[in-house]
Structures are given as C-alpha cells and as structure tokens.
Design a protein around this ligand. Structure first.
Ligand SMILES: [Zn+2]
Length: 202
C-alpha cells in the first residue's frame, strides 16, 4: 500500500515501536496497518457416499475441480461462511456435521478449513463461479484435475477415515511451497499475465 486509508498521507514501511516486524505505518495519523492471513472456508458435502465438486469458472485454476469454498466475510462464523460458499458456488443447501481439515498455506498467507457436511437432497446447479457441479464417488474423483492441494488433501483424508465413528479425525496440515508447486504457481501467474496483457491490447 502507498497511502493511508484514514487520512490519505503517504505511508512508510517500518517496524513500529514495541513491534518486531515491518508494517505499513502512517506518519501523520499514526495508524498501523496490520496484514494477517485470510481464511478460506468450504465444505466436503456428501450425498449417498458421493462428494459434491465444482468445476471452476474463474482463475486461478479455471476448469479444474474444487470443493465449494471461498473467503470468509467479516461478521460470519466459519461454518456459516462454508455454507454460504456452498450455496453461492453450487446452489446447494448443506448441513454442517464437523470440522474435517484445517490447513495453513503460509506462502500465500491463507488458512483453508473444510467442514464435513450432508447434502440432504441431490439438488444443485452451477453458481456464477462454477462451470459445472457434480457428485463423484471415490472411484470417479478426477485426481489429476483437482484445483488446489488443500482440496486433494482434504478429499484423501476423508476417504481414509470416512467410516470412523462417532467422529472423523480432523486433519491439521501445512502446504509447503515445493518446487513443483512453485512451478505450477508460476505457470498460473504467466497465464494470468498473458490474459491481462491481451485484454489491454484488444
Ligand atoms: Zn493516516
């Protein structure tokens, strides 16, 4: 950021007194702008042993399959956010059962959490951010076309523990930035860069 959103003065990037890391600080009104990770909440919704997946209509990972999920809004609980995202992306009503995974993604400053949920009726359709919504049994999951590592880990965790009673264990994990993931993200960046460049020239 360059300017203070409170008073409009230019901000500087420095360690405020009593702190230990650099922040954007306004030298006129003394506001300190803290930047913290974003929470992404979603559901793994089950109907008769099948999982609800959405094919993404937006970047990043357009055309790839994901569990319905998205950024939490202020004033929302995590489970309400997960249900809202499921409604928006899949036009599906679900009942949350338990937390299934909590996965940190430190290189993009995000935390992803997924709830196990019940899809009461086989009623769903594509929301604005989905090209297609469908139910998949374990044998049919398109593993090569899953959009994000947090989604594949949550799906694998579910299939490994789906018959555990009375509750499934909750997966707590961290996605490390491996070389292959770095390459994948670079490809996505190039793809998006090319798209915005072609938009500008057309
Ligand atoms: Zn200011």
């Amino acid at each position: 950021m360059k300017y203070c959103s409170h008073c409009g003065a230019e901000v500087s990037h420095r360690i405020p007194p009593g702190d230990n890391r650099e922040r954007f600080v306004c030298d006129r009104c003394d506001t300190i702008f803290y930047q913290n990770p974003n929470l992404v909440a979603g559901t793994l919704a089950v109907y008769q042993q099948q999982i609800l997946l959405c094919r993404r209509a937006i970047e990043p990972r357009l055309g790839y399959w994901t569990l319905p999920a998205g950024f939490m809004e202020n004033g929302e609980s995590t489970s309400a956010a997960a249900c809202r995202e499921t409604r928006e992306e899949a036009n599906a009503e679900v009942t949350v059962q338990q937390l299934l995974s909590l996965i940190s993604v430190p290189h993009i400053d995000q935390v992803h959490l997924f709830y196990l949920a019940r899809l009461e009726q086989p009623q769903f359709s594509s929301g604005e951010e989905s090209l297609e919504v469908a139910l998949f049994s374990e044998a049919d999951i398109p593993w090569q076309e899953i959009a994000f590592p947090t989604v594949s880990r949550t799906l694998k965790h579910y299939f490994r523990h789906q018959h555990t009673t009375p509750q499934l264990p909750c997966l707590t994990d961290t996605i490390e930035l491996t070389d292959s993931l770095k390459r994948l993200e670079q490809q996505e960046n190039i793809k998006q860069h090319q798209k915005s460049a072609s938009r500008q020239t057309s």
